[in-house]
Design a protein. Structure first.
Length: 135
């Protein structure tokens, strides 16, 4: 939400002893590892420890088949790497996300339930979803 949308309710928030806060959480993208990419990494000379770390961090794209295990072994994978692939969780690709949590701290000595209701309505009108907490 942009600042100009909050301009309409900011005086109301300040007048009744409210404090607005915002917390931003960034969730990184997740690209699961494919069997083909593991074989390509090994062929390119990537250290197995690095490949195992990537598998542990991102998971695998699909449940490995017996043909996948054979492809890994032919590609130079050790038994430890094959076991890491077999034990890895299957994950789906996901884009990076940014989540913004907004809250309004209300001083209940200064405001009553009617004002909080008015703040909720004003926030919805401004396109904001606020969570109210008592101080």
């Amino acid at each position: 939400m942009t600042i100009h949308k909050l301009a309409g309710i900011a005086p109301l928030l300040l007048a009744c002893g409210c404090v607005m806060s915002e917390r931003v959480e960034r969730i990184p993208a997740c690209e699961p590892v494919s069997i083909e990419s593991i074989v390509a990494d090994l062929a390119a000379g990537a250290p197995e420890a690095q490949v195992v770390d990537e598998i542990a961090l991102h998971g695998v794209l699909r449940v490995p088949s017996p043909d996948d295990v054979i492809a890994l072994k032919r590609g130079g994978a050790s038994d430890a790497l094959v076991i890491a692939v077999l034990r890895a969780p299957v994950t789906t690709p996901r884009r990076a996300q940014t989540i913004v949590y907004r809250s309004v701290d209300v001083d209940w000595c200064a405001v009553g339930d009617i004002t909080v209701g008015a703040l909720r309505i004003a926030g919805e009108f401004a396109g904001a979803a606020f969570r109210f907490r008592c101080r």
